[in-house]
Design a protein around this ligand. Sequence first.
Ligand code: NAI
Ligand code: MG
Length: 368
Amino acid sequence: MSNPSLLILPGDGIGPEVMAEVVKIIDWYGAKRGMAFDVSEDLVGGAAYDKHGTPLHDDTMAKAQEVDAVLLGAVGGPKYDNLDFSVKPERGLLRLRKEMDLFANLRPAQCFDALADFSSLKRDVVAGLDIMIVRELTSGIYFGEPRGIFTEGNERVGINTQRYTESEIDRVARAAFELARKRGNRVCSMEKANVMESGVLWREVVQKVHDADYPDVELSHMYADAGAMQLCRWPKQFDVIVTDNLFGDLLSDAAAMLTGSLGMLPSASLGLPMANGRPKALYEPVHGSAPDIAGQGKANPIACILSFAMALRYSFDQGAEATRLEKAVEQVLADGLRTADLLGEDGVTPVSTTEMGDAIVAALDASL
Ligand code: NAI
Ligand code: MG
C-alpha cells in the first residue's frame, strides 16, 4: 500500500515560516513513528499569483482533489491589496473550499492550562476547556438566492436568503455526530427555530439523523443567541456544537477568543468521503498571513502544528499520535516557552518560530 499523501500549500507572509515547522513534525513522524507521508508542495495565494497570474493554478487544484489531505499556511498581504477581486489571494482559498465541497468546518476551542491566564475570562471558566464547533461552510445565507441590492418603489433594499436543504443539514449533522463519538459523545445543535423556518427544518433534520443513526450520542438543541451567552458564561458545558454557516461564523470566532491568541488556533474543513474512505480535507490555522510580523521569525507555529494534529486524527485515524503531538505542545508551554504573541507582562524572553518548532520536536522525542 502506498503512503498517505499530503499537499502542502505554505502561501504568503508567515505561512511559509510556520509551515517549515510543521514539515519538521511530519519528518519526525516518518523517522520515529514509521509513518511516512508522500509530501508534495505547491503555491497558493499571492505566491501563486506572482508565478502564474492566478491565486490557484488548475494543476494545484487537481492535485488538491487527489491527495489525502491539504495543509495550508495563510494567504494574502498588502502587496496584493489592489488586485482585481477575481485574482485576490483569498480567491485561491475559496476555490479550494468550494471545489473540494468542504461543508464541515471544524474549529476547536481548547485551552492549554499554561495559557489559562491569557484568556479574558477567569481561569476557572476556561482552564481545561475543550470544545469543537462544527460550522456548515458551503450553504446558508452566504450563498442563498435571491441576493443583492434592489430598488423597490423609491428606496433600495438589501437581500440575502437563508436557505438549507434537508441533505445539506443531514450531512453536516452526521459529521458532528461522528466527531462526538470520538470525543465526549455530546452534540448541541444551535439555530433560531423560534423565529426562522430554516431553523425549524434544521432542528427537525438533526433530530431525525440522531434518532435514526446516532441514538447513543447525547443531543440537545439551543437557540443560537442563548448559545452565545452560554459560551461566555460556562463554555465547558459543551462538547460538540453544530450550527449553520452564519451562526457558526460568529460563534466560532467568539469561542476562539475564550482561549487567547490567534497563533494557537487550528481548523479543519472536511467534505465527503473519497474512494479510500477518507474525507476530502483541508487543514489550516485560523490566522492570516500576519504581514506585520512576517519575515522576522516571530510567528507562533502552534496553530499550524495543531492543524496537522487534526489531520492525524481526522484524515489518518491516528488519534493517539494526534494526542501525542498536542501533549508535546502542552509540554513546551508548561515549560514556559512563549512566542512573542503569548507574552504576558512578566518579562519572559520570547522564543523564535524555529525555536518553538524545535522544542516541540524535542518534546515529541521525550514522549517515546
Ligand atoms: P492576521 O491573522 O494575519 O493577523 C492579525 C494579528 O494577529 C496580527 O497582529 C498578527 O501579527 C497576529 N498573528 C496572526 N497569526 C499569528 C501567529 N501565528 N503568531 C503570532 N502572531 C500572529 O489577520 P489580518 O492582519 O487581518 O490579515 C493579514 C492578511 O492575512 C490579510 O491579507 C488577510 O486578507 C489575510 N488573511 C488570510 C487568512 C487565511 O489565509 N485563511 C485569514 C485571515 C486573514
Ligand atoms: Mg469569521
